[in-house]
Design a protein around this ligand. Structure first.
Ligand code: IMP
Length: 199
């Protein structure tokens, strides 16, 4: 089966192809650079699931192919689950990862380390031309530290320590993080669901 992943991000495409190969699923993965351009929707929903579904539906409708899309971010308990769906734009519309990270660090200054709990969340949505839709989420629970550490990863990884770890996500090897990450878990669960559906 052919599936279009609604992203221009080469790393996300490579990751999905790796997980597909790992699982032995018979899927031919294309990205948005492999299909005719279409107006991509703004991420206007209030939930990760809503945004993932919005992107998968738009891709399915425009390409006529089965589509997958994801949405992810970080929830901080002390901030009432923010940045949440605003994670990528936390310090403003064109903010860099660095600016977003620095703003979150400043917002958590003078807070009790024991209360600095939170999670990364990823939602993955599938939409097929026959109208079938499926969306699921996975999380990576942990806590936030006040000083960034580590060179791997991206986004908020330098201040996030996953439960059971002492190293930040940015100090984990990419393969170590993939094995336990919110996105890894959500994508693997979606691939299992697709394999069962095909089977
Ligand atoms: P998306 O690509 O629209 O899903 O935006 C996700 C945003 O959430 C990124 O820009 C990061 O700020 C943050 N984020 C999501 N997953 C991770 C992760 O695994 N590590 C660090 N930051 C993440």
């Amino acid at each position: 089966m052919k599936v279009v992943l609604a992203t221009h991000n080469a790393k996300k495409l490579a990751e999905l192809r790796r997980l597909v190969a790992e699982q032995g699923t018979d899927l031919d993965i294309l990205g948005l650079d492999d299909v005719a351009p279409y107006p991509e929707p703004a991420e206007t929903e209030r939930t990760f699931e809503g945004n993932a579904l919005l992107k998968a539906r738009a891709c399915r409708n425009a390409t006529g192919e089965s589509a997958l899309a994801d949405d992810s971010g970080i929830e901080v308990d002390l901030l009432n689950n923010m940045p949440g769906v605003r994670s990528a734009r936390w310090a403003g519309r064109d903010a860099s990862d660095r600016q977003n990270l620095e703003l979150l660090i400043a917002q958590l200054a003078d807070t009790d380390p024991a209360e600095r709990t939170g999670r990364f969340v990823a939602a993955v949505a599938f939409a097929a031309p026959d109208g079938t839709e499926h969306v699921l989420r996975a999380t990576m629970e942990g806590r936030l530290v006040s000083a960034p550490r580590g060179e791997h990863g991206f986004g908020y990884d330098p201040i996030f320590v996953t439960d059971g770890q002492t190293r930040t996500n940015a100090e984990l090897l990419p393969s170590e993080k993939d094995a336990i990450s919110h996105r890894g878990k959500a994508v693997r669960a979606m691939l299992r669901w697709l394999a069962d559906r095909e089977g």
